[in-house]
Design a protein around this ligand. Structure first.
Ligand SMILES: [Mg+2]
Length: 248
């Protein structure tokens, strides 16, 4: 098909040469509690950044961070702190946040959870290796700081981030579209695996029709995750192989 300039558009690539129907072509990973622990760097930086930006402290005390998106957390903080939630206040807040999150990652002992690096290595080494992406409530630059600190940022080709939307389900939808663009072929839900540590991760995976893998390394117990009925629920990623999650 030619566009208005007469150039040929990149059509959806036929599945010739792609893995057999039913195989996984994209694996999307959550970050906090799934890939890495940052020792609570994000939470600490959130509280301090709000105080630095607006002079209002102790607004994060009763907030729950697990599975949330950065933009939704900021909106809640504004409500607690009596600050208008606007594009301007958000920009101000996140400029402080990025400066502070770096300093907290530096002083905390965090790192990848058991089995994470092996799983990424195994996935990349598969004969029909799936694309690896991120599906996270972090803003993109925050995700880069957190994963970059542990040498993992370059493992992922693209991602869906809080910059895309405040709603995790819609971040998942953005990541699915981006995955299709990256692979030059739209993806069906079951061709995607979403890996995460909270019921919200399972829910957003289900929202895009993906298979879901829940790991109890972060925000929820194994029992709580099992109640969400993901395709897999494991204590950590040492309990599964890449072949197990990418098979038809
Ligand atoms: Mg998480």
């Amino acid at each position: 098909m030619a566009d208005a300039q007469g150039k040929t558009k990149t059509a959806a690539r036929p599945r010739v040469g792609h893995p057999a129907c039913g195989a996984v072509r994209l694996v999307l990973f959550d970050i906090d509690g799934t890939l890495v622990s940052t020792g609570g760097a994000g939470m600490k930086a959130f509280g301090e950044a709000f105080e630095a930006a607006f002079g209002v402290g102790e607004v994060t005390g009763k907030m729950k961070f697990a599975g949330r998106t950065d933009y939704s957390l900021f909106r809640e903080m504004c409500r607690h702190g009596g600050i208008d939630c606007t594009a301007e206040t958000r920009d101000s807040f996140f400029s402080h946040y990025l400066r502070l999150v770096d300093s907290h990652i530096d002083v905390n002992r965090g790192g990848p959870f058991p089995g994470v690096v092996r799983m990424l290595d195994e996935l990349a080494a598969l004969p029909d290796a799936p694309a690896l992406g991120l599906l996270t409530g972090n803003i993109r630059e925050g995700a880069k700081r957190k994963l970059g600190a542990y040498g993992l940022w370059d493992r992922f080709a693209f991602g869906g981030f809080s910059d895309d939307d405040e709603d995790r389900n819609l971040i998942a939808a953005a990541a699915k579209v981006r995955g299709g663009e990256y692979l030059e072929c739209p993806l069906d839900g079951p061709e995607i695996v979403v890996v995460g540590d909270t019921p919200r991760d399972v829910a957003c995976g289900r929202h895009i029709g993906a298979r879901t893998l829940a790991v109890a390394t972060g925000g929820a117990t194994l029992e709580a995750l099992r109640e969400c009925e993901p395709d897999w629920a494991v204590p950590d990623l040492t309990h599964l192989s890449a072949v197990q999650i990418c098979g038809p």
